[in-house]
Design a protein around this ligand. Sequence first.
Ligand code: ARG
Length: 561
Amino acid sequence: MDYKKYIAEKLKVDGVTQDELYDLIALPPNSEMGDYAIPCFKFAKLMRKSPVMIAQELKESVATDDVISEVSAVNGYLNFKINKDGFVRSTLEKIFAEGERYGASNEGAGKTVCIDYSSINIAKPFHIGHLSTTVLGGALYRIFNFLGYKAVGINHLGDYGTQFGKLISAYKRWGDKETVEKGGIRALNELYVRFHKEAEDHPEYDDEARAYFKKIEQGDSECQALFKWFKELTLKDVQKIYDMLDIHFDSYAGESFYSDKMQPVVDELIQKGLLTESRGAQVVDLEEYGMPPCIILKSDGSSLYATRDMAAAMYRKKEYDFDKCLYVVAYQQNLHFKQFFKVLELMGKEWAKDLVHVAYGMVSLEEGTMSTRKGNVVFLEDVIQKCIEKAYTIIDEKNPDLKNKQDVADKVGVGAVIFGALYNSKIKDIVFSYDKVLTFDGETSVYVQYTCARANSVLQKGGKVETFEVPELTAEEIELVKALSTFPQTVRAAAEKYEPSFIARFAVDVAQKFNKFYFDCKILSAEDEKTRNFRLALTNATWQALKNAFTLLGIGIPDKM
Ligand code: ARG
């Protein structure tokens, strides 16, 4: 039963819709006050009365019944107490009935959401800076699918530009097939770094690189083949990481895919009178909107990142007819997205409003930041590997007899990396610390995983109970059930705000409440059979909700730890 909905339907506030009321209903900070609360401050202006008076008046207008056992008005808040037995029963029943679909819905049926994420650059290191876009995008992909949308995962590969001419030049001069084949991205990156170093003394290398890039564009078969090979090597390398992080794409159409799709964009801009010349370049003036001009063509006629993004957006609209198209990209690119979204709007694309830049903050390592140019970058693969190794050491220490230690360490290590990037609201810059993400008693994935293992071990002994009667309830039990009941709305909010962190926080909150329940209430040795049975059911429901939450984040849960 959706109590928020029930309350929203019972209340009548002139000028406020049921949906608005629904959204206002929250959990009060202090559960003594009630199970749900509505702050009346929002209504004050509308009703021209003080929040305190409004709360008092609304209280008079709501009658208690089987579901709502008490209504009170306190300091401008309208508080509701719910009949606990019914609430607890219906929450657990819903979890058991829906199982791994608990929290899912079909509200997105018929709607398509394109998600542009990870979007790596070919032949460049897949470094810690790509962690957030990859795991945030991956989580959003699963969340939207869970809510019935059709999510389309797009890896908008950075596979276009003079750097590929440089790479060909470097490969032909210093490279050999075997080393590159074996070394993958690392070998390619070395060539690239070497090119930059040596080109400082040999400016003619740059001319050569430009010529090679032209050749790629013109379809020269040798250059095309090399470029294709670099691309395959890169994708093969990153696939290992995608597999570990449970990341999937429906399309790898990158920048070069749009090579032949930009001319129509340029033509349309000309036809709509939006292109002007500025120092030889073709630009769309955006001064009126407080932005620098969006450059469409350089003076030599070549296209830019923004041009390709515009072609991509138009292509996606045509191909997928999306309801939303998300770009999970660091906030450093804020201006870029604002600019080309605006240009599309000026072109009269009414769907430009459906383009969303899901911006996120920087991730740096505690050990010091990296410098990409010089080549001393931190590869994401190494970060994950190190986390797995550390996890193994910890697990080995805590539980030397555990079976499948490596498998558990994989789940814990990978989970720690993902959770480290997803726990905070996405716009925050984060400093990644191995020790912090692997703490057993912090706000970490391993804490949640450990809690699940604990629940699992109780269920192994007591049974995976799904039918129960509600006994006299303890405060810990009620708190836990309340937390569990918020999962569907948490998932919805995570989708609405593009914040997988809501789900991560849900998991930590539930785990904390479960542990409180676990330590304060005896489960297997409860005072009577009815209570024991109920507590087993509650443990079972907790395990299911945590499992669903972690699945959405892409984190596995070991049976034992
Ligand atoms: N490859 C780009 C980078 O690493 C990110 C691309 C993001 N997606 C896009 N459609 N612009 O900076």
